[in-house]
Ligand binder design. Structure first.
Ligand code: ANZ
Ligand code: ZN
Length: 846
């Protein structure tokens, strides 16, 4: 067995590792500090693919690294096994989603076994197990008690293809995130989680993650939450008792409001129209019908022609008493702010477009030509940077230019606000509104409450019973889990209502409150509920008395290193952050952010494009694994570049990786010294190389520069090979040392090869548990000093030399120096004084 044979090595070590249960975390009496390394758990939608190989490869580098650094590392695995893919596949095949799901899990497990991430398998979980979803139901009930889970009727996003509602987050550019169908609206009563109550905290706490989360993810979360600050302003409406409130980010422009617009599909619009003439009512109804088919994205687009209907009603400006005509239009959204706006066409582009379309007045109230920054006047310049003479300034005439004036400036035509800068005017306007009781400072969020009910079978049943007399009645905790009924006999085809509603024996129950006939809620939960807290379930995955143990959470959580795809940048991460804060408020947790550091791996591409079956460019994980072996695959993925970058499989070479591994392995084989060898006798240059790697790898690993560590390992292997073949030979202590360091560091990327090397070097398994060797500082200092060369008392050169350089050698180096030769020129050398390693002094004559 003298050739490197990856298959034999894998066969040899897998059973040994399993027997040893190497990666079981949290053993009794373990006093090491702890780290929690977590990969986003997979959907069991087939076998593992190259994307999994990459993500789990990076997660495992991190887990193994921290273990070598002396930590008790928790690195669990489970399956996100509820959801539409299973249900749709089952429908297509006429099978049971359960069977499909669990057979895929079994397949993925077999592949994971080969790929050998250092998982603690004793904590394996599947969200579709009643043992798991019982605690989803428990969580739901906790939220229900707090009023955080609630039911409301409303217009919801509806996927006509999947026949189910979608959360806002699952609508991408107006299309269903899963199937791509155009999303429509439907009026339904649904369950929500009140995530908007946490909007401020979800936003503010992002500051804690700055620097340890990818900045792109932080800013995507910020935009999604979308906080804007401004004011709520109340307007009297002629012929109506109650005032109408609008949200504005620009209360400074109140004197420039020339009309009001209400969302055409808001109850307010319907009410105002109802109080107008029959002709107006007819126009309004017709317009409303045409708008119903539009998506929010279209409605907010700035570049489309403005449409609307005048409602023949008037509002009154609270600051100057002016009458403002009220229009209904689609560019104002019913569910943002208050569904109504004050329109300031001079300073808002959409309002200006509308005003120009319907010939409404435009009044400038901010002089955007006026200098605003205090002492140093800003001189207006044209496009070429030339100063513009005051007389040549652009006219403040948006009505004719069609371009709204949105910039900084000073207030005009605005009574008490005149002369103020924009920001001061905003402050002052809010004060005035406050004083008069017609408005106040206000914030607004783009974030909506999380719609969690789904009209599908393969999910967690919502633990609520509907009773005609008692209303919503929570299922008592002692009766959890509410198990899913058998799928057999149920028609799972999407039809707009949950298939569970047809499971007669399941749905018809007695009310826990009054004992009367009642029905179970037949919707199931969005699977993002399952994944919002799974990181806590791993801490005591086999405990059937509670969802998670706060004492274990105290020990392990939050997750130190989270690894997963950027496709979860908004949904999953936002929901986990939210649920973590809720659990904190309930006193179960002592931290408010679930994932301290986040790594988003890139994608594995083929010829520059995403792999897919239909494109015929699918690189199968299973066949790559069979062809090259686990270690070569893992090294290839790690070596391809920074983990955040995409990897083009056409550009990498698993064959090259396998050659490198064979070279490394061969070195362990060639070492002839015994483990007890005295390191200090070893070749210094090779020792320095080993210790540099020991010193540099931690910083590189902690900044995710895994590819650089692999490159450094390749260098060390080459140097060691040279030392064996051309240098001090295989018995030298430095050769053994280099081989041992290589095995230990290689464990991060190629655990099988590393383990086999470790054994050949004379040790017991496992190399995975070897504490990181300390780099010897004496071997790290630069072995160089600067020698000065003088000619006739003048410094002519400086030479970097070894502190052990001989006098002769130093003199030769000095004479070889071009600068020194130039200084001497044609003159004759009369005396040379050498003080190695510091000084050479040359005296000349002539
Ligand atoms: C007057 C005004 C004057 C506005 C001005 C802007 C500029 P963000 O930043 O997105 O929160 N608005 C308020 N509610 C709306 C709704 N339901 N549908 C569409 N637009 C709405 O934007 C807040 C601004 O968007 C608000 O400030 C309001 O227009 C508009 F020079 O009020 B503004
Ligand atoms: Zn009842």
């Amino acid at each position: 067995a003298d050739a490197y044979d990856f298959a034999a090595i894998q066969e040899k070590w897998l059973p040994v590792w399993e027997e040893l249960e190497l990666f079981r975390a949290g053993r009794e009496g373990d006093t090491r500090p702890r780290k929690y390394v977590l990969d986003m758990f997979p959907y069991p939608s087939g076998d593992l693919h190259m994307g999994h190989a990459e993500a789990f490869g990076f997660g495992d580098i991190s887990a193994r690294y921290w273990r070598h650094q002396g930590f008790d590392v928790l690195h669990p695995i489970g399956w996100d096994s509820f959801g539409l893919p299973a249900e749709n596949a089952a429908i297509k095949r006429g099978a049971d989603p359960r069977e499909w799901t669990y057979s895929n899990i079994a397949q993925q497990k077999r592949s994971f076994r080969q790929y050998a991430p250092s998982f603690d398998w004793s904590r394996e979980l599947h969200t579709s197990d009643p043992e798991y979803y019982k605690w989803n139901q428990w969580l739901f009930l906790k939220l229900y008690e707090q009023g955080i889970a609630y039911r409301k009727a409303g217009q919801v996003n509806w996927c006509p293809n999947d026949q189910t509602v979608l959360a806002n987050e699952q609508v991408v550019d107006g299309h269903c995130e899963r199937c791509g169908a155009v999303v429509t609206k439907k009026a339904l009563t649904q369950w929500y989680f009140r995530v908007t109550d946490y909007a401020d905290r979800l936003l503010d706490d992002l500051n804690q993650l700055e620097g340890t989360w990818p900045s792109k993810v932080v800013s995507m979360q910020r935009n999604w939450i979308g906080r804007s600050s401004g004011a709520d302003v109340e307007f009297e409406i002629e012929g109506r008792d109650e005032r109408v409130t609008v949200f504005t980010t620009r209360p400074d422009t109140l004197y420039g409001a020339t009309f009001m617009v209400v969302a055409v599909d808001s109850p307010l619009a319907a009410e105002l129209a109802a109080g107008a003439s029959t002709e107006v009512q007819r126009n309004f109804e017709g317009y409303l019908d045409s708008v119903r088919a539009e998506s929010d994205i279209d409605r907010l687009a700035t570049d489309r022609p403005k449409t609307g209907v005048f409602l023949e009603r008037y509002a009154v400006n609270p600051l100057n008493g002016e009458r403002l005509p009220i229009w209904a239009s689609d560019y104002v959204l019913a569910d943002y702010g208050h569904g109504a706006i004050m329109a300031v066409p001079a300073h808002d582009q959409r309002d200006l477009d509308f005003a120009r379309a319907f010939e409404l007045p435009v009044r400038v109230v901010v002089d955007t030509n006026a200098p605003v920054t205090g002492v140093i006047p800003v001189i207006p310049t044209d496009a070429d940077g030339n100063a513009i003479e005051p007389d040549d300034l652009p006219p403040l005439d948006p009505a004719s230019t069609g371009v709204a004036l949105t910039g900084e400036g000073r207030l005009i035509n605005s009574g008490p606000l005149d002369g103020l800068s924009k920001s001061n005017a905003i402050r002052r306007a809010i004060e005035i509104l406050d004083e008069r009781g017609t408005g106040r400072a206000a914030k607004n969020f783009r974030l909506r409450d999380w719609l969690i009910s789904r009209q599908r079978f393969w999910g967690t049943p919502i633990p609520i019973i509907h009773c005609a007399d008692c209303g919503e009645v929570p299922v008592p905790e002692s009766e959890l889990p509410v198990r899913l009924p058998d799928a057999a006999g149920l028609d799972l085809k999407p039809k707009g209502t949950s298939p569970l509603g047809a499971a007669e024996a399941w749905v018809n129950v007695t009310c826990p409150n009054c004992g009367g006939a009642a029905k179970r809620d037949s919707d199931t939960m969005d699977t993002f509920v399952d994944s919002s807290w799974y990181y806590l379930r791993y801490l005591n995955a086999n405990d059937d008395t509670r969802a998670f143990d706060p004492a274990e959470a105290e020990k392990w959580a939050p997750v130190d290193q989270y690894v997963g795809g950027v496709e979860h940048a908004i949904l999953h991460l936002l929901y986990s952050r939210f649920i973590t804060k809720v659990l904190f408020d309930l006193g179960y947790l002592r931290f408010t952010e679930p994932f301290t550091s986040l790594l988003n791996q890139g994608m594995v591409l083929m010829d520059g494009s995403k792999m897919s079956k239909s494109k015929g460019n699918l690189v199968e994980f299973a066949s790559e694994l069979a062809a090259h072996g686990t270690d070569a695959l893992r090294v290839t993925l790690a070596f391809a570049g920074p983990p955040e970058d995409d990897i083009d499989w056409a550009d990498v070479s698993p064959v090259g990786s396998a050659k490198f591994l064979a070279r490394a392995w061969r070195i362990a084989h060639d070492v002839t010294s015994a483990p007890e060898v005295d390191w200090s006798t070893g070749d210094r240059a090779l020792r320095r190389a080993s210790h540099r790697l020991l010193a540099d790898a931690p910083g590189l690993a902690e900044s995710y520069k895994f590819n650089v560590i692999v490159a450094r390992l390749m260098e060390l292997v080459n140097l060691t090979r040279k030392a064996i073949d051309q240098g001090p030979g295989p018995a030298d202590a430095a050769v053994r040392e280099a081989a041992e360091v290589t095995a230990m560091v290689l464990d991060l990327f190629a655990p099988f090869t590393a383990e086999d090397m470790w054994q050949r070097l004379g040790y017991e398994p496992s190399v995975a548990l070897v504490p990181w060797r300390k780099a010897d500082p004496a071997l790290l200092v630069e072995d160089q000093v600067t020698a000065i060369v003088q000619v006739d008392g003048k410094v002519r050169d400086r030479l970097e030399v070894s502190p052990k350089v001989s006098g002769e050698e130093l003199e030769r180096l000095a004479r070889d120096s071009a600068a020194v030769a130039r200084a001497i020129g044609e003159r004759e050398i009369v005396n040379v004084i050498v003080r190695a390693p510091k000084l050479v002094n040359i005296a000349t004559r002539g």
